[in-house]
Design a protein around this ligand. Structure first.
Ligand SMILES: NC(=O)c1ccc[n+]([C@@H]2O[C@H](COP(=O)([O-])OP(=O)(O)OC[C@H]3O[C@@H](n4cnc5c(N)ncnc54)[C@H](OP(=O)(O)O)[C@@H]3O)[C@@H](O)[C@H]2O)c1
Length: 275
């Protein structure tokens, strides 16, 4: 069996993507090479998988093999990118007549920079999010100019087992990231605050946390299954002169709605700034 997939940076996110690909038998273990920065990370990375495969550190001579492979997943931290130097002996994959594929999940690294750093490759920018860790992720994809239809299909296969996949123009990826990648932090913060409120109102902590999770999950399910607009659901819950409308009035006075809108806009502009 020959190698066909190289994972450059076998950290948290790449391990998750690779494991789901291997479990779905999109690749076989013996077709994959993983690269980590430090030799001490090899053991930790290997422990995550149920079979052995080739994992080496970046200084190992075998790491060079990655550049001969038709598909690479680039998953180092953005600040480690400059250490990664393309060493492609052939610019064209002779069998298919297409350039080898490079899928980058680096936050904020744009296609034109990828293309300049890896000129022998057809580059794709992917923005996955953390709920992918439990198979409930969202991934935004922007295609570089030279990605073939066949390669686009392959990239979709990479992310489908862990996430819903959205193809977007690259200039929409900052907004996508501001909502989906940062979103779990906003939801976690709101959930934590709601649970704190329940504790302040007299419930024990463990019960407050459990009830918060169930309320958030139940609300999302209700919105989806009954196809309700959020405003409709709010109106259903808020009865005249009742408890909910008093709480909602307070949230509006404190500018919570506007703060959330601004949070997403600020995250999007920070993402633009970083790239
Ligand atoms: N985690 C997320 O939820 C998430 C979501 C969306 C996008 N991303 C993007 O995914 C990328 C990886 O994030 P992560 O959380 O998976 O980071 P991580 O766990 O720190 O993984 C980075 C990996 O790169 C390796 N590495 C460092 N220098 C290298 C080199 N010169 N050659 C090859 N490998 C090298 C590291 O090995 P050592 O540990 O040995 O240095 C490590 O295995 C980031 O660019 C991030 O923006 C992450």
């Amino acid at each position: 069996m020959t190698l066909s997939l190289g994972v450059i940076g076998l950290g948290r996110m790449a391990q998750l993507i690779l494991r789901s690909l291997l479990e779905a038998e999109k690749f076989k273990y013996e077709e994959v090479i993983g690269i980590v920065g430090q030799s001490r990370s090899i053991k930790t990375a290997a422990e995550y998988f149920s079979n052995d495969f080739l994992i080496v550190d970046a200084k190992n001579a075998k790491a060079e093999k990655v550049w001969d492979l038709p598909v690479k997943l680039l998953a180092v931290k953005p600040q480690q990118l400059e250490q990664i130097k393309e060493n492609c002996s052939t610019s064209i994959n002779s069998e298919s007549g297409q350039k080898p594929l490079l899928i980058s999940i680096l936050a904020g690294v744009k296609l034109d920079r990828l293309q300049a750093l890896f000129p022998s490759h057809a580059c794709v920018r992917a923005v996955p999010n953390t709920p992918a860790l439990v198979g409930a992720g969202l991934t935004g994809l922007a295609w570089g100019d030279e990605v073939s239809i066949e390669q686009q299909r392959l990239v979709m296969e990479f992310f489908k087992p862990i996430s819903k996949v959205y193809e977007l123009p690259e200039d929409q990826l900052d907004a996508f990231l501001a909502l989906t990648s940062s979103g779990p932090a906003y939801v976690a913060l709101v959930s934590e605050a709601l649970a704190d409120g329940a504790v302040a109102a007299g419930l024990p902590r463990h019960l407050s946390n459990a009830l918060t999770h169930a309320t958030v999950e139940g609300t999302i399910r209700l919105l989806k299954e009954k196809k309700l607009h959020p405003g409709q659901l709010k109106d259903m819950v808020a009865s005249p002169a009742g408890t909910t409308i008093r709480a909602l009035r307070h949230l509006e006075q404190e500018g919570v709605r506007s703060a959330l809108i601004e949070a997403v806009v600020l995250a999007a502009s920070r993402s633009k700034e970083l790239s």
